[in-house]
Design a protein around this ligand. Structure first.
Ligand SMILES: Nc1ncnc2c1ncn2[C@@H]1O[C@H](COP(=O)(O)OP(=O)(O)O)[C@@H](O)[C@H]1O
Ligand SMILES: [Mg+2]
Length: 289
């Protein structure tokens, strides 16, 4: 029987999803051949990297709860001893398999909120719960492992390491965290093939276009098969055609069951999501539902 995670499991690392990665045993199986995410416009998306969307009936289901919960969160920065509030009483739930856009003008606190959801920063007040795990109850080491395995980040500026090849960039996160039983080198190659970069694997970022760089970043974000993709203005540095290709990749990954939270200031881009949450001056205005 598979092990499911509860908050209590965190104190017993040997019995934790963070250690065993039992949800991801399919990664040991065959990856698809002859398909890729980029050129499948006319064909159905058939990526075997899909997540198992539904829990087995004999498991204690935590997946019925939201995959992301932001509860009464406040975030302030302290500048010269003065508190500068950035986020005020944020409450947000994201269900597993959702494609959510967080939209708001520049300076509204979108990146701050994404960093909190991605455990890159801790809230001043309130709780962030990912897959039932409360960041406030985790050690820094547990937070790092949860982030490394369950969250894939995609940034506006791609954030690739210039001196590493595309393949090395995709493999890089696995040096810190990886799932047991996965051949990360083969998986990195397969992901690059899936995003249409088979022939660019050994190129460095300086030899890649913006769209190619963002596709490398998407492959990197997927390397540990995270439950959640967090994308902060992922098309902000791309022309609209290339941006559209990137959004289509997100759409297909989401159709395949992966939860996506995308930040944007652009209503057209937010329109790709299933649900839009509006953020203004650090306050959620509405969730369009
Ligand atoms: N590390 C920081 N220290 C102080 N202020 C910050 C920091 N990061 C962001 N801010 C401020 O918080 C506000 C929200 O920033 P941000 O979350 O980046 O907004 P957005 O992504 O919506 O443009 C801005 O006024 C910004 O200047
Ligand atoms: Mg931002």
């Amino acid at each position: 029987m598979e092990t499911k995670t509860s908050i209590n499991d965190v104190s017993a690392p040997g019995n934790s999803i963070l250690e065993t990665g039992t949800e991801n045993s399919r990664l040991e199986g065959q990856l698809p051949s002859g398909e890729n995410i980029v050129t499948s416009n006319e064909e159905p998306f058939e990526c075997d990297l899909r997540r198992l969307a539904k829990p087995q009936s004999d498991e204690i289901s935590l997946t019925a709860a939201p995959i992301i919960e932001v509860i009464d969160v406040k975030k302030s920065y302290f500048l010269g001893g003065v508190e500068v509030p950035i986020l005020h009483d944020i409450n947000l739930k994201v269900q597993e398999g959702e494609f959510l856009a967080i939209m708001g003008p520049s300076g509204s606190g979108k990146s701050t909120l994404m960093n909190l959801i991605g455990f890159l920063d801790r809230p001043t007040e309130g709780k962030i719960i990912i897959k039932g795990l409360d960041i406030n109850k985790l050690s820094d080491k547990e937070v790092a492992r949860l982030r490394g395995l369950e969250i894939g980040f995609i940034f506006q500026t791609f954030n690739l390491i210039p001196r590493l090849t595309a393949l090395e960039n995709v493999e890089l996160p696995t040096y810190a965290n990886s799932r047991s039983g996965v051949n990360t080198h083969e998986r990195a190659k397969e992901l690059l093939r899936l995003v249409g970069l088979e022939d660019r694997m050994h190129h460095k970022p300086g030899e890649l276009s913006g769209g190619q760089s963002q596709r490398v970043a998407i492959a990197r974000a997927l390397i540990n098969d995270p439950a959640i993709l967090l994308a902060d203005e992922p098309t902000g540095n791309l022309d609209s055609k290339t941006g559209c290709e990137i959004l289509n990749i997100f759409k297909k990954l989401n159709e395949d069951g992966r939860t996506i939270v995308m930040i944007t200031h652009d209503p057209e881009i937010a329109g790709y999501a299933d649900r839009i949450v509006f953020l203004k001056d650090g306050i959620i205005q509405s969730n369009a539902e």
